[in-house]
Design a binder for this molecule. Structure first.
Ligand SMILES: [Zn+2]
Ligand SMILES: [Zn+2]
Length: 679
């Protein structure tokens, strides 16, 4: 053991000189035993590269390379509390509150799961067991499929492993010895991982808890006892290495938390999300469908979904006109030549429907509207006085998604973008982007979302070939977008490598009522298409110049936005969006004439009304409207009729109010006019 001294920088600025080989746990204990007890792992950042205040995340738990490849000592990384420190470093103790702690816990839970499986089914062969977004899984190979009873037994056995509170101990073995042992035991998956992710002569890292040993580089929680709340959730099949010619593995999923309370909240959230599933509500409220005969990922808007779409689109078009956009309409297909000029044939072909041959040329469905708006711009000479030219369209686009990847309204093959392209002078870029961001905020606010997150997607300098355009333009564009966000005081996260091929972009992700993030609005910069199409305007100087172009979509996709709205409101839409705003319940058949009068007055006021004139019990009619989440149900009989009143039941409220029909109409009209989210 070396007696060399190393320097450890703590987050509060304190610097400790300690002997090399000191562990994070020892340092934690010297700060406070309580901190040591609360810690799960440690985050090390090399002193040379650390920028203070930068939050470094653990490597993505799902990537195999992240799980097995050797650690990069120059990069920030998570380590065990018991890992000996051998070089000077910044050290941050990762406690249970740290988001990375949960990943470490969940990966450790995967080891607990594998421990339990091998104790019950020693013949099972181990694949791997990473943490995921919401839990963990472990892949096993076993000829006999696991049953539901097996899963219950595994969960019970896991509790024993946790109760034994076995320490996770890191061990090393020469690679050749490890491979020989795995080979001997028929552990073909472990042989694969070791061969792929280590080099001859390496020491291979293992983690042991009790008798269980797994090839792994960690980090892990100190012991199995730290897995305080866990659940085995489900079982799925997966082919080894994703190849259907390979043996089929059984993937056991589970989740884990630091407390039972957090786990209960997690399952309550899942239940709530299931209750709000737009595919279920879409059927229940008769909003839309996907038809097997027509094909996957193609949306049929039913009358009730259709009216909501009309309201959304009307609002959007009005707002576009008010904000200086011009409305255009363009075709759904175009000759392949156009896609060659635009570059989509080169950069985007994999996302497009395959070409179709007509008598004069090859055609393709449009995956984007941009080239069409460009052709409109290019159709007549433009001067600086015409700029900015803002063309907006609710344009249908078609993109190829692999079969099996479609998901309700959220992932489809045909959708409608509320798309616009702004052609402007370089001097107008920042004010145009700024106006787009204002517009995006107005969309979110109007449709009832108060919280959003912003990302600035830039290019990946290591993957230069993937991006069109000059370095100079890219840098200018990235800077302009950043300037706008800074000037607006909007906090944002920079996402390197997330830009589209033609330019950087700002993405606005809304946060729904369950705290889930949804990518919707996007404002993208483009120097590339104006160059490819040789766009021009005559400047004030009388010379020809090239305009720049901004692509922006605010709903993003009308279909997707609708899906998010359904889930956000759980189908109980605000009055202005509700397909049927007012349900009318005449108490008996003799009130039919009064029902007609009420209906006519509501319709004349622009409200969407449905009368339930069936010869049914009043309560049955009320219940049916309530199941359709109708905002207002008006009930009336002799008493109401003679007084010209209605009895109003408001969705979500128990009390009923009697009021003159005129009063109700005035109130409802006002709520619609201000797009109120309250009733
Ligand atoms: Zn592990
Ligand atoms: Zn575009």
């Amino acid at each position: 053991m070396s007696t060399q001294t190393i320097t450890v920088h703590l987050p509060d600025g304190a610097i400790r000189e300690v002997p090399s080989g000191t562990t994070p746990l020892e340092i934690a204990n010297s700060v406070s035993p309580r901190l040591a007890a609360a810690s799960v792992a440690a985050r090390l950042t090399p002193v040379s590269t650390a920028a203070t205040g930068v939050q470094i995340s653990a490597p993505n738990g799902q990537s195999e390379a992240a799980m097995y490849a050797a650690e990069d000592a120059a990069a920030p990384r998570l380590v065990d509390l018991s890992a000996p420190l051998t070089a000077s470093t910044r050290l941050e103790l990762v406690t249970e509150k740290d988001p990375d702690a949960l990943k470490v816990l969940r990966h450790s839970s995967a080891h607990v799961l594998a421990t339990a499986v091998l104790e019950l089914f020693p013949e099972a062969k181990l694949g791997h067991g990473p943490a995921t977004e919401s839990g963990f899984f472990y892949d096993f190979y076993r000829e006999k499929p696991f049953t539901t009873e097996d899963l219950a037994a595994i969960e019970k056995k896991m509790a024993e492993v946790v109760a034994r509170d076995e320490k996770f101990v890191r061990e090393y073995e020469p690679r050749e010895q490890a491979l020989a042992e795995f080979d001997r035991d028929g552990d073909f998956m472990k042989t694969h991982f070791v061969t792929k992710f280590t080099a001859p002569g390496d020491q291979v890292s293992f983690y042991r808890n009790g008798k269980f040993v797994d090839f792994c580089r960690g980090p892990h929680v100190p012991s199995t006892g730290r897995v305080k709340a866990f659940k085995v959730t489900n079982l799925a099949g997966a082919y080894w290495l994703g190849d259907e010619k390979n043996p089929q593995l059984q993937r056991i999923y589970g989740t884990a938390f630091f407390s039972k309370k957090e786990m209960d909240e997690h399952f309550a959230r899942l239940e709530e999300a299931a209750r709000r599933d737009h595919r279920v509500l879409g059927k229940q409220l008769d909003l839309f469908s996907i038809q097997d005969l027509a094909g996957a990922g193609l949306i049929f808007w039913h009358p009730k979904g259709g009216i909501i779409r009309k309201v959304m689109e009307d609002w959007m078009r009005e707002e576009c006109l008010r904000r200086g956009y011009q409305l255009v309409y363009t075709p759904h297909v175009a000759r392949v030549n156009l896609w060659q000029t635009s570059g989509h044939e080169g950069f985007y072909a994999a996302n497009m429907f395959t070409p179709m041959e007509l008598d004069d040329a090859m055609y393709r469905m449009k995956p984007m509207n941009c080239p069409f708006h460009i052709l409109i711009y290019k159709n007549s000479p433009k001067s600086y006085r015409d700029l900015p030219a803002r063309y907006a369209e609710l344009g249908n686009v078609y993109r190829y998604e692999r079969s099996g990847t479609m998901h309700g309204l959220l992932r489809v093959r045909g959708f409608t973008q509320d798309d616009a392209h702004i052609f402007c002078m370089p001097s107008q870029i920042e004010s145009e982007v700024s106006a787009c961001i204002d517009f995006a905020e107005a969309v979110l606010k109007t449709f009832g979302f108060s919280e959003f997150k912003v990302e600035l997607s830039t290019w990946d300098l290591n993957d230069r070939a993937h991006y069109a355009g000059s370095d100079e333009n890219w840098n200018l564009a990235i800077q302009s977008l950043g300037n706008v966000l800074k000037a607006k005081g909007i906090e944002y996260k920079t996402m390197p490598g997330e830009a589209v091929f033609y330019g950087p972009k700002i993405d606005v992700k809304l946060v729904d009522v369950l705290g889930r993030l949804w990518q919707l609005s996007t404002v993208q910069f483009d120097f590339n298409l104006p160059a490819r199409f040789e766009l021009e305007y005559i400047g004030e100087d009388g010379e020809r110049h090239q305009p720049v172009m901004v692509h922006r979509a605010l709903f993003g996709s009308v279909e997707r936005f609708f899906g998010v709205l359904i889930e956000h409101y759980a189908g109980a839409f605000p009055l202005w969006l509700a397909p049927v705003q007012v349900g009318l319940v005449p108490i008996s058949e003799r009130h039919a004439p009064y029902a007609q009068k009420v209906e006519a007055e509501l319709k004349a006021a622009g409200l969407r009304v449905e009368v339930d004139a069936r010869n049914e019990k009043m309560n049955a009619k009320i219940r049916d409207f309530a199941l359709q989440k109708t905002p207002y149900i008006l009930v009336f009989g002799d008493k109401e009729e003679s007084a010209g009143r209605v009895n109003v039941r408001t969705r979500g409220k128990t009390e009923q109010t009697s009021m003159p029909l005129a009063t109700f109409i005035a109130k409802a009209k006002e709520l619609v006019a201000i797009q109120s989210t309250e009733l």
